[in-house]
Design a protein around this ligand. Structure first.
Ligand SMILES: Cc1ncc(COP(=O)(O)O)c(C=O)c1O
Length: 416
């Protein structure tokens, strides 16, 4: 009886989460265990194994591995130094004609050039897939990010800060049965180890934050071999990756869209990084927290905008942040000289800086796994100089920056 009650409660809470996102986007919504699973479902259902997808080289490496797990060939796009997002007109015509889809990033909540990308995708008859992990509060004109493409992945670990949970938003309701089937095949139950981790992790995280132990905690993780990343990217493990791609492509081409979530198993070592429970079913407590925090987004929005307004007075802020009315960004990108030293200084003062995607994916993975950008300079420059800071923490960040006094990043040198 308890299990039935629990299933009923999970259903009701998922309906509530869907209703909030449907209210924002006017679209179909499917609650999933994480943003990366939402993206995997979108890529599996709107594209086919072997397809070439245009994406930004400045995105989370996890997303790159999700694209590989879906059997796709990631094609790296040229970026803008103004906002670190894709410049559609800098993609050569021949490349455009070779694509089967486009994936946006909406880096730190700054919108991609979605109207232009959508128009180009329509002309070519290919889907636009939106990664809105950073952009749950972003609009273009009055239209929310997440309503421009065929499908959108939202992460509930960013603005909503729920550590897990995602929503796939899509326009075509006839896709729902296929998406629900794949989601159910991918989702796994909570192991005892996971249950224990759910109890232990939150208070430890709070303690680390409250006692300003960000740096010692990072050092301890590294010493214990628990850190999954070397600086900002995870180790590639090229031979293992090559085998995983070959095995998954074989299975995907045999089964087509009837394949199961098992193809994702092979990519687990890469896709699980930073969120080991990325495929684990969400429990009622977690879902209730998501509902509460989603309802708070509107009041957070004013605080976020205020933080962005204060931070964009800095001379080191990325140019796009200064344009128009202040937006409720996930992070405010600053572009600074000696970024790594500035980051270390901020961490020493208890300010954690995450979401750094350096080096660009084509430099990180090489041409075997990622088709290189035709003009990689802007992506390299941006990845090396950007320092994304949290607008909800603007007061502390501004105090720390007043002491550290970073200089603006030197202008980009083409070819370096
Ligand atoms: C740009 C971007 N997209 C997608 C994701 C994946 O979201 P999740 O952690 O909910 O799987 C992340 C996670 O950090 C991200 O930064």
């Amino acid at each position: 009886v308890r299990r039935v009650d629990r299933a009923g409660e999970v259903d009701a809470l998922e309906r509530e989460i869907s209703a909030i996102l449907a209210d924002r986007t006017g679209r179909e919504c499917l609650v999933v265990p994480s943003g990366r699973v939402a993206l995997y479902l979108a890529l599996r259902c709107w594209l086919s194994p072997g397809d070439r997808i245009l994406m930004s080289p400045v995105n989370d490496d996890v997303i790159f591995f999700v694209a590989l797990a879906a059997g796709l060939r990631p094609v790296m796009a040229p970026l803008s130094t103004e906002d670190g997002n894709i410049v559609p007109e800098a993609v050569p015509e021949a490349t455009w004609r070779s694509l089967s889809g486009v994936l946006t990033t909406n880096l730190y909540g700054l919108p991609d050039r979605v109207a232009d990308l959508r128009a180009r995708c329509d002309r070519l008859g290919i889907p636009l897939i939106e990664d809105a992990a950073h952009a749950i509060e972003t609009e273009v004109g009055a239209q929310p990010i997440g309503t421009f493409g065929a499908a959108t992945a939202f992460s509930l670990s960013k603005h909503v800060a729920a550590r897990g949970g995602g929503v796939l938003v899509f326009a075509d309701a006839t896709r729902r049965p296929e998406l629900e089937r794949l989601r159910d095949e991918l989702t796994i139950g909570r192991t005892r180890r996971r249950q224990l981790a759910d109890i232990v992790e939150p208070p430890v995280r709070r303690l680390v934050r409250d006692l300003h132990l960000v740096r010692p905690a990072r050092r301890a993780r590294r010493l214990l071999g628990l850190d999954e990343r070397e600086r900002y990217r995870m180790p590639l493990h090229a031979p293992l990756l090559r085998d995983a791609i070959a095995a998954a492509n074989g299975a995907l081409s045999r089964n087509g869209t009837d394949g199961t979530g098992n193809e994702l198993d092979r990519f687990d070592p890469w896709v699980r990084v930073d969120l080991a429970a990325y495929r684990t079913s969400l429990r009622p407590l977690h879902l209730r927290r998501i509902v509460t925090r989603l309802r708070m987004l509107a009041s957070d929005r004013a605080r976020r905008i205020e933080g962005v307004r204060r931070l964009r007075e800095l001379d080191v802020v990325a140019p796009r942040v200064r344009e128009g009315a202040a937006r409720p960004l996930f992070r405010v990108p600053l572009l600074v000289e000696h970024r790594d030293a500035v980051r270390d200084e901020l961490e020493r003062r208890g300010i954690a800086i995450g979401y750094l995607y350096d080096p660009p994916l084509d430099d990180y993975a090489g041409p075997r796994f990622a088709e290189p950008s035709v003009s990689p300079d802007a992506a390299r420059w941006w990845a090396k100089c950007v320092l994304p800071v949290d607008p909800l923490d603007a007061g502390r960040v501004l105090d720390a920056l007043a002491r550290v006094r970073p200089r603006p990043a030197p202008a980009m040198q083409p070819g370096r």
